[in-house]
Design a protein around this ligand. Structure first.
Ligand SMILES: *Cc1c(COP(=O)(O)O)cnc(C)c1O
Length: 574
């Protein structure tokens, strides 16, 4: 059989990609709003770190032509979901190749937009955005790649057919024939395993060896310890949507308890599986007994997330850190006041942003607490606002405070929207004494300003629901200490009083203790009043030392370079 000719400039890539990375969302540029939060930003940081390290990888995602949504917040604290249309032609190039999949028996055509992620050495990682907006498709099918996490479960499954099955077919059609590992970033792309099985069969692999052959090629990263976060579809829906690609018999064979469970599908067909922090690995092994589940703790891409003033300081004292962020461990050699000066500059920028976009005047010398993440109830964004009287007492006794928040609620999450509204109402009631603002439309550019510009980064998830969390790593890198519940990555990054502070009890290995809101809030107020604020206001040098340690101990480790090295050694080229 003659191999398909290598499309175009694939030959120009320095090394032919051997890893294919699939993610429902990818976030690295606020002008390309095809992501909703942590999962997408992690995918963006992963591919960019691969580009920095010249790992031969290719990315696949959906175009999400109408984005996630742009968030507006009205005067009563109601979230408004505005369209986030964007124009692919400004950033990427349409490829001439098309492939098709069957959806409910209809043939649906898919095209792709090509984007090159350029690393610090100039190495390029190709990334394909799949798109069904073609006149050969029905108007309804043209919308499959329009809305990230929109619509009902049928729409979602349809998108997953395009991502998983369409994605592998597209890579083949483009001439990527050396892929040794298919990495599923979360279960959304797990249907790709069915196409790989069919391929193996076509190539004459014995029926009894098919699954093993596919397992050797697949890597799966699970991202949530919440059972509802794992995609599941009724077997009947799966049979009807997948009709034309696979027989009912084949689909029923992969169903668990009458459902197509994407996590199980990925687990069954992957040789290497991991959670995204040590604790999350442990929780996942409990959820899926019988599977070997490793953990690789997430990281963030240092050169992107360090603020410009901090980058200049690092350039001056830690030459080479940009593509070797482990050098950040030597941050202890940087004079204390240089870190503080760079931080003040970033804080000033944040204060400008707040004035311009939130209409609230913040002061440069006032202790500023930041909290920004998806407005999901398990993250308990309102924990610090549980007893406003306590906060007022703290500012009376110790020193002033400012609060800045951001984060979107999922359009179909009424309790998340309620939470957002409640936070805004409490903020308004304390506004006179504690300047507070909820900034609209949290995205990567706002995250950059916020994580670097505040004085303390707060996180209060209900345990053990924070798989990893990455915004706290962005803060650490910028010398901003974390104040957080011991869950996810913070269990690994926390040294009390050295890199930041914990909220609530220490986790016990193998024992799940549900979080107690009242006790956690009490601990939060106690530490704020007796340890954190006094340090900030009464011992500036002591505070600067914590900033130093956040960079040296956490910035040097919780970065995507370390994470990618681990994926390369344990999953990609093991
Ligand atoms: C980093 C980031 C996240 C993830 O933050 P968590 O700490 O995991 O909640 C979400 N959204 C944006 C825009 C980010 O930059």
């Amino acid at each position: 059989m003659k191999p398909p000719s290598i499309d175009h400039d694939l030959a120009l890539l320095k090394k032919e990609p051997q890893i294919a990375y699939f993610s429902m969302e990818i976030g690295f540029d606020s002008r390309i709003p095809t992501y909703s939060g942590g999962l997408g930003v992690l995918a963006g940081d992963t591919l960019r770190a691969c580009a920095d390290l010249e790992v031969p990888i290719v990315g696949v995602t959906l175009l999400n032509k109408k984005g996630y949504f742009r968030q507006g917040i009205d005067s009563d604290g109601n979230q408004r979901e505005l369209p986030a249309d964007w124009n692919a032609t400004e950033f990427m190039q349409l490829k001439g190749v098309q492939v098709s999949v069957f959806i409910e028996g209809r043939e649906v055509w898919i095209r792709a937009w090509e984007y090159f992620i350029v690393g610090v050495t100039g190495y390029q990682v190709p990334l394909y955005f799949l798109d069904t907006h073609l006149s050969s498709n029905s108007p309804e099918d043209q919308e499959i790649t329009s809305h990230l996490y929109g619509g009902d479960s049928c729409y979602r499954l349809t998108q997953e057919v395009v991502l998983g099955i369409g994605g592998v077919r597209l890579l083949r059609a483009l001439g990527y024939l050396q892929i040794r590992k298919f990495h599923m970033n979360e279960g959304h792309a797990a249907l790709l395993t069915l196409d790989l099985l069919a391929q193996e069969r076509e190539h004459g692999t014995m029926e009894s060896k098919l699954v093993e052959a596919v397992r050797r090629k697949c890597v799966f990263t699970t991202h949530t310890p919440i059972p509802a976060g794992h995609d599941r579809f009724p077997a009947q829906l799966a049979c009807s949507v997948l009709k034309g690609n696979f027989s009912d018999q084949e689909i029923l064979r992969i169903c668990h308890d009458g459902e197509l469970n994407m996590t199980h599908l990925a687990l069954d067909h992957s040789e290497y599986v991991n959670g995204v922090a040590k604790k999350h690995g442990e929780v996942s092994r409990g959820m899926f007994p019988g599977f070997a589940i490793d953990s690789i703790t997430n990281g963030v891409r240092s050169v992107f997330w360090a603020s410009d003033p901090m980058k200049q300081v690092f350039d001056q004292y830690l030459s080479g850190w940009r593509n070797d962020p482990f050098l950040l461990r030597n941050a202890l050699l940087i004079p204390l006041d240089e870190i503080q000066k760079a931080h003040q500059q970033t804080k000033k920028e944040l204060i400008e942003y707040i004035k311009h976009n939130g209409g609230v005047g913040f002061k440069e010398d006032v202790f500023t607490i930041g909290f920004a993440r998806r407005a999901a109830t398990y993250k308990r964004g309102d924990l610090i606002l549980r007893e406003p009287a306590k906060l007022l007492e703290i500012i009376d006794k110790v020193g002033p405070l400012q609060l800045v928040y951001a984060g979107k609620a999922h359009p179909n999450d009424p309790s998340g929207k309620e939470l957002l509204k409640r936070i805004i109402h409490v903020m308004r009631s304390i506004q006179e004494k504690i300047p507070s603002v909820y900034l609209a439309n949290y995205d990567v550019s706002l995250a950059k300003v916020l994580t670097a510009g505040v004085d303390l980064w707060l996180n209060t998830p209900r345990r053990p629901q924070e798989a990893s969390g990455t915004s706290g790593m962005k803060a650490s890198l910028n010398g901003v200490p974390n104040f957080s519940v011991l869950d996810g990555w913070w269990i690994e990054g926390h040294i009390e009083g050295v890199t930041g502070w914990s909220i609530g009890p220490k986790p016990k290995m193998g024992v799940e203790e549900p979080s107690d809101d009242a006790k956690d809030a009490e601990d939060l107020y106690h530490k704020l009043r007796n340890i954190i604020l006094p340090l900030f206001y009464n011992d500036p040098a002591g505070w600067d030392r914590v900033m130093h340690h956040a960079i040296a101990i956490n910035g040097s480790f919780f970065n995507s370079h370390r994470m990618v090295y681990q994926y390369v050694l344990r999953a990609y080229f093991s």
